[in-house]
Design a binder for this molecule. Structure first.
Ligand SMILES: Nc1ncnc2c1ncn2[C@@H]1O[C@H](COP(=O)(O)OP(=O)(O)OP(=O)(O)O)[C@@H](O)[C@H]1O
Ligand SMILES: [Mg+2]
Length: 230
């Protein structure tokens, strides 16, 4: 089986007046369909830098990243098409559009893809159901709790049925109980749909739901020693 995500010897350095910052160093990682990988690591260890490159929004200084066997940096790669259809991201804040209802927010990626309206409506309804918000379709973000907003963000990320889901501290703004619920939801959806997922988090409760836990230290990614307390 080909991995959905394959990163090989990925590095990312930033040149600052004070010197070079080596944010990511020699990362090798393969993630298969239906696999949930959690990356833990202190602030500044390089998690966001790595996820940003996996999502095609930044390029490695060296090394390669492939999604579905397609090199994100190759000149012939249609990155927009790949990002629109195969890769979805969830962030610490839901990033919803305030003037749109929950259903309309979820519709946005489908409208961008010019999906047939009947199919679009059916997908929005099933995405709202999948995240337990069927009764909240017409509420705007400000009329939803933080956890509900994050659920809408998850529905919006998954409505295109992406092969790869990237989440950077998706529970960072939530209380711990809501955070656990959101992590359970992500794990359940990823496993049921066969999505490959990479989640960066400080939260030990999230690691408990992972198929694989990795630790990032100063830009280096290593298999976590789960016998040590997080
Ligand atoms: N655009 C940039 N220019 C210069 N340095 C950067 C840039 N982006 C990140 N860095 C540096 O790279 C290192 C890794 O940052 P990154 O944001 O990836 O860490 P993180 O693990 O996501 O931290 P946190 O847990 O606080 O979100 C840090 O030293 C940061 O200052
Ligand atoms: Mg970060």
């Amino acid at each position: 089986m080909t991995a959905v995500l394959a990163a090989r010897q990925v590095t990312r350095s930033f040149s600052l007046p004070s010197g070079d910052v080596h944010a990511v160093r020699g990362v090798d990682l393969e993630v298969d369909a239906g696999e949930l990988v959690v990356i833990r690591g202190r602030s500044g260890s390089g998690k966001t830098t790595l996820l940003t490159m996996f999502g095609g929004l930044d390029r490695p200084t060296s090394g390669t990243i492939e999604v579905d066997g397609v090199d994100l940096a190759a000149p012939q790669t249609d990155l927009d098409a790949l990002l629109g259809a195969r890769i979805a991201s969830i962030f610490q804040t839901s990033g919803l559009i305030p003037v749109l209802s929950a259903a309309e927010n979820i519709e946005v990626p489908l409208r961008i893809r010019r999906m047939d309206p009947r199919e679009r409506d059916a997908r929005v309804v099933s995405a709202l159901e999948a995240v337990g918000l069927a009764g909240h379709a017409n509420q705007r973000p400000a009329e939803l709790s933080g956890g509900q907003q994050q659920r809408v963000g998850i529905a919006r990320a998954l409505v295109m049925d992406p092969g790869l889901l990237l989440a950077d501290e998706p529970t960072g703004q939530l209380d711990s109980e809501t955070g656990v619920q959101i992590m359970d939801l992500i794990a359940d959806l990823v496993h049921r749909r066969g999505t490959a997922a990479v989640v960066a988090t400080h939260d030990p409760a999230m690691a408990a739901r992972a198929d694989r836990v990795l630790d990032m230290h100063d830009g280096v990614l290593k298999t976590a020693d789960l016998s040590l307390a997080p």
